[in-house]
Design a protein around this ligand. Structure first.
Ligand code: ZN
Length: 279
């Protein structure tokens, strides 16, 4: 409890809601303060998701594609250390990016999926985003970005307000979700524990290294395209090196040379995506 007492004495607390307290982070095992209850966290994601989705071009209108992304996501949700109503969906935006709303709504864009080459790379991005929810990064990140006082005020309007007040709060949360920037520490946790979730779900963890390398090489050839992605999930050579070392040392029975057994399924879905976007 010592860590929490220190946090409380530092005044970093929002002790205004029912449900705050000292809890153990289910992913990292570290003690931390919980400022809002899981129910409030789910309410933020669910109430602002429609506005968030419309700002991001809506969902791709193809049930086969949505079911495929959801089926890969479900394998990761099932091995998560934190029970949340996880949902995984594909957004109709060309700009490569991925998002995790508080409460478990997770998205990747068509632009990101179309740059991947196999299912383990898709699992890698969904695992990374799942950790942002399971470890509480998305809700903490939003509080930091919006400022504690505004966050509290808008949460009140979102869950307790009515009509225009609720809609305005949802729009403000959604706008912040589109631009949410995670700290380096959160990114490292999402990579490291994301790799662990991939392995638990039956995927080769080298998919995470492949994904980061693909993104980095694409960004070298077209820096403008990935501006938003790297603003929300900062990518550096150091980050790739760290993930590579974790996979090499902690998961030595896997090889980067092993083909992905689901590569054909993924490539079929990727062709379907490219054709759907053309229509
Ligand atoms: Zn991230």
């Amino acid at each position: 409890m010592k860590d929490c007492r220190r946090l409380i004495s530092m005044g970093l607390v929002l002790l205004v809601f029912a449900g705050p307290g000292c809890v153990r982070n289910p992913v990292t095992g570290k003690k931390q303060l919980r400022a809002i209850s899981p129910g409030q966290e789910i309410a933020i994601g669910q109430n602002s998701a429609p506005e968030f989705e419309s700002q991001m071009g809506g969902k791709v209108d193809n049930s086969k594609l949505q079911q495929y992304v959801a089926s890969v996501g479900r394998k990761l949700a099932e091995v998560s250390d934190r029970s949340m109503p996880y949902e995984y969906a594909l957004l109709n935006s060309d700009i490569p990016n991925a998002f995790a709303l508080p409460g478990g709504k997770i998205y990747l864009t068509a632009g990101l999926m179309s740059q991947m080459r196999n299912e383990r790379q898709l699992a890698a991005v969904l695992a990374h985003e799942t950790i942002h929810v399971a470890a509480g990064h998305s809700v903490q990140g939003l509080q930091q970005q919006m400022g504690a006082a505004i966050f509290v005020e808008l949460l009140g309007a979102l869950v307790g307000g009515e009509g225009a007040q609720t809609a305005e709060a949802a729009a403000k949360f959604a706008g912040n979700m589109v631009l949410l920037k995670y700290s380096r520490g959160m990114e490292s946790e999402a990579d490291a524990y994301g790799v662990a979730y991939m392995v638990r779900a039956g995927y080769n963890p080298w998919g995470m290294v492949e994904l980061l390398e693909v993104l980095q090489s694409l960004s070298n050839s077209n820096p403008g395209l990935f501006g938003d992605f790297f603003a929300t999930h900062p990518l550096t050579s150091k980050r790739i090196k760290e993930v590579r070392e974790i996979v090499k040392e902690d998961y030595s029975k896997f090889s980067p040379a092993t083909p992905d057994p689901h590569e054909q399924d993924f490539m079929r879905m990727r062709s379907l995506l490219i054709n759907t976007l053309k229509d």
